[in-house]
Design a protein around this ligand. Sequence first.
Ligand code: BTN
Length: 331
Amino acid sequence: MMLREAVLKTLKQKQGHWVSGGALSQELGVSRTTVWKYIKSLQAEGYTVEASPKKGYRLTIRPDILSGLEVQPELNTTLFGREHYFYFKEMESTNDYAKILATQNYPEGTTVVAECQTAGRGRRGRAWFSLPGKGIYVSVILRPALPLNQLSRVTPAMAVAVADALHQLGLKPGIKWPNDILVNGRKIAGILTEAVTDMDGIEYIVVGIGVNVNYQLEDFPKEFRQSATSARIELKCTVPRLPLLQELLLRVEQRYQQMLTGGVAAIMEEFRRLSTVIGKDIELDGLQGITSGRAIDIDNNGFLMVRDAEGNIHHVMSGEIFVKEPPEEQL
Ligand code: BTN
């Protein structure tokens, strides 16, 4: 164990109580100055360690920090976030970083987490608002041995995993196809799936997940205040991010495994059940331009089935949906 971890471990064991500098230096076999150096580095990371010349050191509240040191000990996954866990206080975009790691051959399950992002990215070239401490910004590397035509199954599996984790918090999430997670009609989480493929199939996939955890309405830029929400806004209390990230990684691993081992139909069933668009009249801005019609179903590849005015059914892989609200008198 690294010395810094050892200092933290001792402080945690005695959380709320004073531990003398002498005792720490004896226990760890280092000088008091070295102990102080590690205390300062823990403080810099966000731990509230009080220091008193007479009494020593005391860890007060356990901070909501998403470092490997905090996340990994109670992480119930077998692969995701275990061996390769990268943590940054600030990062441009965890997806960009995970892509670099993927090109350096980091394996499936490699996880990148940041406390805040300076260039967080959303779908369709949009920015993803990423304030420090208010959200979860995580990316994972996947290397599925799947034929290319099954690539479209990955994002639905991930969307269901995010919904699972939010459900566990006591929320009732819905999924706006293809991968916006909504609560009470407002967006609480988004997923950005980026894949690199070659002639032989999928080289790697980076799945980036952003969850609005402790945002308050005024934290969002004005233009999002109508359409965005957070766990804190919905539950009316602050929500610790640490257990939510642990749950999220577990659900991501489980749904991913399920998808690879014959469970696609079950995942799609859940995806349809959570869908907020099936049965609605929509306008869809996709690769083939704008399609209008009724969203009638989602097929087992995750494609949205849209029936147009002529009765033709289109299977659409990706796009952005605008739900047409029925006129007032029909409500
Ligand atoms: C969307 O709904 O448009 C997708 C949002 C995805 C945001 C996450 S936050 C972690 C990861 N890093 C990024 O730059 N984007 C994703």
